[in-house]
Design a protein around this ligand. Sequence first.
Ligand code: SF4
Length: 212
Amino acid sequence: MYALRLFAVRHSRAFQKIYQVFEASMVAMDPVFQKIGYERLEKPMSVVESGVKGLLFDCKMCGQCVLSSTGMSCPMNCPKNLRNGPCGGVREDGNCEVKPWMRCAWVEAWDGATRMKDGLDRIAVVQPPVDRSIEGSSSWLRVAREIAAEKRQMKQSGEKSRFALARAFSKARGIEPTAAPIAEEPSAALADHVVGERSSKFTATEDGEQAK
Ligand code: SF4
C-alpha cells in the first residue's frame, strides 16, 4: 500500500529498531528451526513475510531484502528494479519518470537512510544484482540461518583454539603453583656501586644531563 510505504520511510529509524529485535529473535530460534527443518518452514514463512512486508513496504519478495540498506524503501518498487541508486530520470519534484504519480524509490531511500542509524553508510554499500533463482523465498529465514551458522562457526573455532591451548599447557597447568612467587631482584642489580657507576656516567650541565 503506497501510503504505508511512505509512512515506513518517514519512520525508518523505528522500523530499523523493530527489525533488529525481530532478527535477533529469529536467530535465537535457530535450534527450533533446525529441528523443524528450514525447508519445511520456507513456504509458511514466505507467506507471512509476503503479507507483512507487502502491506508495509510494497515488498516484491525478491528474496534478498535490502530494506535496512535502502532507508526502508524497497528498490524493487523502482520500475527499473535499480538496486544501486536512481536513474537519470528522476523528476524535479522527486517523482519517478516512469510512474509520475509515485515518488522515486531512491529519493525515498535516501530520505529514509538519513533517518536511520548508519543509514548513509549502509546505502553506500554496492548491492549485487538480484538473483532471480531465489525470488519468492523468505529473506527472514535465510538471514536468520546465515547469522546463526556464522555464530556457530565462530563459537566452534573459538572452542577449538581454547582446547588446543589447554592441551598444549596441560602439563604446565598440573604443576603450576596457585600463586607464583615473585622472583628476587638479582643482587648485582641492587648493589650501590652499580647504581653509583651508572650515575657517574652522566654529568650535569646547564642544558641538563649529558653523557660523558
Ligand atoms: S525515477 Fe527512480 S523509481 Fe523511477 S525508474 Fe528511475 S530510479 Fe526507478
